[in-house]
Design a binder for this molecule. Structure first.
Ligand SMILES: NC(=O)C1=CN([C@@H]2O[C@H](COP(=O)(O)OP(=O)(O)OC[C@H]3O[C@@H](n4cnc5c(N)ncnc54)[C@H](O)[C@@H]3O)[C@@H](O)[C@H]2O)C=CC1
Ligand SMILES: O=C(CO)COP(=O)(O)O
Length: 332
């Protein structure tokens, strides 16, 4: 008898999601790179009105956001603060528009996350983070994937869930935008470390140890910055860490791999021709860790490597030669 009300509540939720699906949403995607384009295609396939703006497009920013129900930013971190400022000062963002951020990075000038930037700039608008194990090339092919839309505004998260969800793109909601965003951001630095591990042919044991020991490091800094511990064990945390650290499609992984096989960082980034956020994130993360005295041993070695202070082999030695200790002693 206990199960009856639970079943009817679940049914009611499914019906309301289905009803939402029939509404056509005006979506504006800001950023026509790999991720912005893939997300625009998902919403188009769901029959929504999608317009895509990029800094090189003929469409002006003002025209792009006119009449938008949802504005999704998927540009590189280096442009987010400037874009938020332009949206605030140069154009009229519709009053009820939901702002979604899909960028995985930290602002070098202020150490803020994209959702913090948008929330501070648009305090009356709902802000939603979209983050998960989402290699865009797989999603473009229609391969199955899952992600998280996180917001303190549950209704806004549900609307964004419905906007993008399909048979091949399963979306979960979460009330923890910072946790979802930081999981996706901090793992990029770890993906560089795992790329180094593979580039040096250190084997599966080493890779498993690195990813596992990265979890307390990500949780330590992620919770310090406001994320919830459990979020880091979900799709946007562990899930994204696994995707990015185990796929040659990941640009961050390829940065680490390239360094390990003797390439210069500039050459690797030029060959990639697109964004590898982990490079900037490592710098900002170490600034935060130094300021707040948070131990981040793996990220610190990545930072030293990226800045030419050590070789890949020296980074491995530095991690292996640390003081011995119990495993579960330093999660927080
Ligand atoms: N590609 C992927 O598989 C995924 C990427 N992401 C995240 O999405 C963000 C964008 O990544 P991608 O689309 O892959 O990179 P991309 O390099 O393909 O595209 C970056 C886009 O940002 C724009 N941009 C760069 N600086 C700008 C500025 N100052 N002002 C306005 N626009 C600017 C570029 O013109 C381009 O449209 C990154 O934070 C990345 O971590 C998240 C999940 C998946
Ligand atoms: O965040 C991503 C997958 O979820 C994309 O990873 P890269 O930016 O390393 O390609």
């Amino acid at each position: 008898m206990v199960s009856a009300p639970i079943k009817s509540a679940q049914s009611a939720k499914v019906i309301s999601n289905a009803a939402l699906k029939t509404q056509t949403v005006n979506l504006t995607v800001l950023g026509a790179g790999a991720w912005g384009s893939a997300l625009a295609a998902l919403a188009s396939r769901n029959q929504h009105n999608v317009s895509v703006w990029s800094r090189r497009s003929e469409l002006s920013l003002a025209d792009a956001v006119k009449g938008a129900d949802v504005i999704l930013s998927a540009i590189s971190m280096k442009g987010v603060a400037e874009l938020a400022n332009r949206l605030n000062t140069e154009v009229a963002v519709p009053e009820s528009a939901i702002i979604v951020t899909a960028t995985k990075g930290l602002d070098p000038a202020t150490t803020r996350t994209p959702s913090q930037i948008f929330t501070e700039t648009f305090p009356t608008h709902p802000v939603v983070v979209l983050s998960g194990p989402n290699l865009s090339k797989e999603i473009e092919k229609g391969l199955p994937a899952a992600t998280v839309v996180a917001s303190t505004d549950e209704a806004a998260a549900t609307q964004v869930q419905t906007l993008f969800a399909s048979d091949s793109f399963r979306i979960y909601t979460s009330p923890d935008p910072l946790g979802a965003e930081l999981g996706g951001t901090l793992k990029n630095v770890i993906a560089i470390a795992v790329g180094v591990c593979d580039g040096l042919n250190l084997g599966t044991n080493a890779k498993a140890a690195l990813m596992t020991r990265a979890m307390p490091e990500v949780i330590r800094i992620g919770t310090h910055l406001g994320g919830q511990t459990e979020t880091f064990f979900g799709l946007s945390g562990l899930g994204d860490m696994l995707a990015t650290c185990t796929s040659v499609l990941s640009r961050n992984y390829r940065v680490g791999y390239g360094l390990a096989v003797g390439k210069k960082l500039e050459q690797i980034l030029a060959e990639l021709g697109s964004t590898a956020e982990g490079v900037n994130t490592a710098n900002v993360l170490i600034e935060i860790a130094n300021r707040e005295e948070i131990p981040v041993p793996i990220s610190r070695q990545v930072h030293r490597l990226l800045n030419g202070k050590i070789t890949p082999q020296e980074a491995v030695e530095a991690l292996m030669e640390r003081d011995l200790k119990p495993e579960v002693c330093d999660l927080f």
